[in-house]
Write a protein that binds this ligand. Structure first.
Ligand code: EPU
Length: 427
């Protein structure tokens, strides 16, 4: 296992180019199972999660490769098998998105339940409800979801897929993929509106699917007999972009984040404006302006996470890293994953003043943080710890950084290019 060692106190400066979206590319790669022709995905990020999913697709019988420039080519020309085992699926929750395509293609599938996750219960009942609505018989046996399509294949249907905590991103993706090859029309109400869902729908349409309404809560999928190969370019990662913007804001650096979709980051732009962070934007870039963060601390600014276009839960921890240096008290409320607070005790080790109250955390801003050894837990929590290390006095060691590698392409290289004193070492 590796650790990252960060010496705090240097403002960042320079440019960083956003990679392709992790959460868009995972279901897009899984959608290759829907056709025997090759799917070429340009701009896929080089991440542990992408390699894991490509490994699972190969185990299922696909040929899959990623070039040095990120382009992934997958061919599922040969017969694929319908069992995704626990050993592979447990590594990454996102691998549950092979369920829909495999069921549509084979009519029977066994996919291991993904299991627990660092930040609480993450059920997949919405995915299963959607498959049942398409006519499948779905049961859980020996830790596996076993789903069987009815004779004649899946049937289009009208369904509501919202959950108590809002729509489900991967649930919508899974059902949408299954519905592309169903007989008749499927209408998904309460669909997730995230840009990653839109990107998947665009890819499916390039493969010959008939999906409409993507980006709205009502999605319509008209089933077709078969899909064909396609070439698709994945959208930039709004969470990666937002993380570097927040790192620039936190350190008072002039950081220009390029190749991002500013229109996907409306809630972040709104909160940064409210916090008085100096920055400017263009359609595909956001730039924080150099400033003295002691003389000009961010204004305390509350954030509540919501489904898109609300403030993303995947930026909640990084927002906290900014607010721990604000000039007063702010409230951060988590509405998507009520237990997503793994970063709280670790940030406290760096001197942050935080108090958890049910599904919210009260943050009392402070000017001084001091470096300490901390433990990375989940992916975004880990990014927040690295960010806090950039402004803490002395040395911060972030252990178990494999979490970061799941979702940030060579983060230490990018931060070092921006002037951070950061290096990777073996534990
Ligand atoms: N939910 C249910 N039942 C379900 C599915 C979800 O109750 O069957 C609940 C969840 O417990 C949660 C809410 O619905 O309270 C939303 O969960 P969602 O299903 O949208 O999450 P996901 O699709 O499993 C994706 C991203 C996450 C991101 C969430 C929310 C991928 C691979 N993962 O997860 O990304 O936080 O959407 O936007 O796309 C990350 O990148 O660090 C990450 C965790």
């Amino acid at each position: 296992m590796d650790k990252l060692i960060v010496e705090g106190g240097r403002p960042l400066a320079g440019k960083v180019r956003t990679a392709g979206s992790k959460n868009a590319v995972l279901p897009i790669l899984a959608s290759s199972l829907l056709t025997r022709e090759p799917l070429v995905v340009e701009g896929a990020p080089q991440l542990a999660d992408v390699s894991t999913l490509l490994g699972i697709l190969r185990e299922l019988g696909a040929e899959a490769d990623q070039d040095a420039d990120g382009t992934v080519t997958i061919s599922c020309a040969a017969d694929v098998q319908g069992r995704a085992p626990w050993e592979s699926v447990r590594k990454m929750r996102g691998s549950v998105c092979v369920l829909g395509p495999l069921l549509a293609r084979l009519g029977r599938v066994e996919v291991s339940l993904p299991g627990g996750c660092a930040f609480g219960v993450r059920p997949i009942d919405v995915h299963l409800k959607g498959m049942r609505a398409l006519g499948a018989d779905v049961r859980v046996e020996h830790g596996y979801v076993v789903a069987e399509a009815p004779a004649g294949g899946l049937r289009g249907a009208r369904m509501f897929l919202g959950s108590a905590n809002g729509p489900s991103v991967l649930g919508t993706a899974n059902v949408m993929m299954a519905a592309t090859l169903a007989r008749g029309t499927t209408v998904i109400e309460g669909a997730a509106c995230e840009p990653e869902v839109v990107d998947l729908a665009d890819c499916l349409n390039a493969m010959g699917a008939k999906v409409r309404g993507q980006g709205s809560p009502i999605l319509t999928v008209e089933g077709v007999d078969e899909l064909h190969g396609a070439r698709h370019s994945v959208i930039p990662d709004r969470i990666e972009a937002g993380t570097y913007v927040l790192a620039g804001a936190l350190t008072g650096g002039a950081v220009r984040v390029e190749r991002c979709r500013t229109d996907h980051l409306g809630a972040l732009v709104d909160r940064l404006t409210e916090a008085g962070v100096p920055f400017s934007t263009g359609p595909d870039w956001i730039e924080t302006h150099a400033h003295d963060t002691h003389a000009r601390q961010p204004r305390p600014t509350d954030v509540t996470t919501h489904a898109y276009p609300g403030f993303p839960t995947d930026l909640q921890a990084q927002w906290m890293a900014l607010m721990i240096r604000a000039e007063g008290i702010s409230l951060i409320t988590e509405r998507i994953f009520p237990d997503r607070w793994m970063h709280v005790p670790e940030l406290e080790r760096l001197g942050a003043e935080l108090r958890r109250q049910s599904t919210a955390v009260v943050v009392r801003g402070t000017k001084e943080l001091s470096g300490a050894p901390v433990m990375a837990s989940d992916l975004r929590a880990s990014a927040a710890l690295v960010m806090a290390g950039l402004v803490a006095r002395g040395t911060t060691e972030v252990h178990r950084v494999y979490h970061i590698d799941r979702g940030y392409e060579r983060i230490e290289e990018r931060l070092a290019n921006l002037g951070a004193a950061i290096r990777r070492e073996k534990e």
